[in-house]
Design a binder for this molecule. Sequence first.
Ligand code: GDP
Ligand code: MN
Length: 348
Amino acid sequence: VGDLQLAGVVLNVETESQPVYDKSKKVKGTFVTLARNQELYELIKAVRGVEDRFNRKFNYDWVFLNDEEFTQEFKDLTSSIVSGKTKYGKIPKEHWSYPDWVDLEKAAKSRAEMKAANIIYGDMESYRHMCRFESGFFWRNELLDEYDWYWRVEPGIQIHCDLDYDLFKFMADNDKKYGFAISLREFEKTIPSLWQHTKDFIKEHPEYLAKNNMMDFISNDGGETYNLCHFWSNFEIGDLNFWRSDAYRAYFDYLDKTGGFFYERWGDAPIHSIAAALFLPRDKIHYFEDMGYNHGVYTQCPLNPQYRYDHKCNCDPELDFTFRGYSCGKRYYEVNKMTKPAEWENYQ
Ligand code: GDP
Ligand code: MN
């Protein structure tokens, strides 16, 4: 401050273009990122983007988790850019290792077979621990105990449009439990037995099936088979208390006991999605259609040009995935009787 005054400049950080938000109205929310040290420079772009498009106005905290110790460089750089508090956790061994009922030889054999079949991440042991962690353990991490809401961010993601409202608070005020941006079909070979186990679980626990659930989004035949549609979990805004619920804990434990995270290659995305679709009434799920978002090969870019100009979007609508190929966007609009964007037919 002294230097700025000497220079005769008053730096007013709360100008008209950056309105002041009433911080007392915030909810107990935090960003959460699982990452490796070597991903720092991919991650920092994502963090910087989320800060610029959203969090510099709201200053939510950020929890970073890793199965190894974070380096000082990782902590220094991320904490210099995050506008809220930063917290760093080393994941406990119980959350990132083989349960004692898993047959390690059988798991190794499955990895070799999946590698031979060219299944993405098929041979990776760490990827399986990651998927199991994101399914069953991130929400049990003690650094998240003080929060109700989380927003997941991965290295390399981009936020393409300004987000001028508090998305955490939106979820809370509208009684939503799970929010997503992109939905798509899973590679069947990674989850060959997941649906059968899910059906077995529901037969044992019919009480967990929500009335007015979203079964029609994930099944085309009333629950007989899984249509592979899932919410892409690298972006999620959700209520941690949903994962902490009896229904989800029981579902995760049931799946975990089968060893399928290791004998197959179950992703956390289909597991989160099946749980949200079945254990929540459909109106508790929120589609952030206003979220310009990119991760890897898929982009969501709002199709309405005026929206893009008003929110300073930097994405190409031609790349919008919602109504294309393996997307489940069209199905989501239809089963939920939502109106598609006026422009959608030009972007199929
Ligand atoms: P993809 O999105 O399915 O291609 O998988 P990613 O490689 O992006 O992994 C998903 C998330 O888990 C990302 O946030 C990664 O940084 C993180 N991740 C994946 N594997 C590991 C790991 O072995 N250790 C740690 N600490 N993070 C991991
Ligand atoms: Mn990723």
